[in-house]
Design a protein around this ligand. Structure first.
Ligand SMILES: Nc1ncnc2c1ncn2[C@@H]1O[C@H](COP(=O)(O)OP(=O)(O)OP(=O)(O)O)[C@@H](O)[C@H]1O
Ligand SMILES: [Mg+2]
Length: 241
């Protein structure tokens, strides 16, 4: 057995809407080891965001326990809301260092996310993909052990999305971070992850926890043509039905 960096045990969450109770997560159990990349996939409104918010301690579970062995941070789908619009790229990223209470190597980070030359731009002067790279850089600047990503590429065009998937894998390969990546896209879930956790519709339970043994480094063309990828795609797609 390994020492998990994250452990979710018997997690159940309900929301109280006026006089109706909505049961969203039902007895969720999983653990993650350090450096693992886990995709979480499930039908629309099944409770994926609720799961990440519970792990980030933004909501109190009704039942169960979450243990994290280190700091974590969240990256949202809506980068236009999560970035500080009045701050430059540099200031947004430096906020991550400040939150960490340490100085960090800004130049190294700006190079890592490919935004050299854009340090003094404001978010509105950048494309969606560039803004999401700022959000990723800010998350890394905080130096968390766990990064929770909630459909971070969901509002990008498909080409930008594929490029950012590859950039995220490259960045993840250099840092030893655990990533929990929520997506509703089967291809994206498999392409990125070591494991794909499949949720059912509400109240969401884990219907499958699939190990992804595709060789790394991955590439959009070769990996997605492989027999094993196609087998995994079929398997996960069926679980989602
Ligand atoms: N703060 C809240 N109060 C009451 N109900 C909520 C709250 N947040 C979410 N819900 C409800 O809980 C359910 C799950 O929402 P959640 O956002 O976790 O789903 P999701 O899987 O992330 O959805 P999507 O695929 O649209 O991102 C939804 O039915 C939603 O209406
Ligand atoms: Mg969501």
């Amino acid at each position: 057995m390994y020492n998990p960096i994250l452990s979710v045990s018997n997690l159940s969450v309900s929301y109280q809407n006026e006089n109706k109770k909505l049961h969203v997560l039902k007895n969720i159990n999983f653990q993650s080891k350090e450096g693992e990349f886990i995709s979480i996939i499930g039908p629309s409104s099944c409770g994926k965001t609720t799961l990440l918010k519970s792990i980030a301690k933004l909501i109190d579970p009704c039942f169960g326990q979450i243990n994290t062995n280190g700091k974590l941070t969240l990256v949202f789908q809506d980068y236009s809301k999560s970035l500080f619009q009045w701050k430059t790229v540099r200031q947004n990223i430096e906020f991550g260092f400040e939150r960490n209470g340490k100085t960090g190597n800004f130049q190294k980070l700006i190079n890592l996310v490919g935004l050299k030359g854009f340090e003094n731009y404001h978010p509105y002067q950048l494309s969606g993909g560039m803004q999401q790279r700022v959000a990723i850089a800010r998350a890394i600047a905080y130096d968390p052990q766990i990064i929770l990503m909630d459909e971070p590429f969901g509002s990008l065009d498909s080409q930008t999305r594929l490029r950012l998937e590859d950039e995220l894998l490259r960045i993840w390969g250099r840092l030893n971070k655990t990533i929990l990546f929520v997506t509703h896209d089967v291809e994206e879930a498999i392409y990125l992850a070591d494991r794909v956790i499949v949720l059912s519709s509400k109240p969401a339970k884990i219907v499958s926890d699939v190990r992804i043994n595709l060789a790394r480094p991955r590439n959009q063309i070769g990996t997605k043509k492989s027999k094993e990828y196609i087998r995994l795609w079929d398997k996960i797609y069926k679980f989602l039905q």
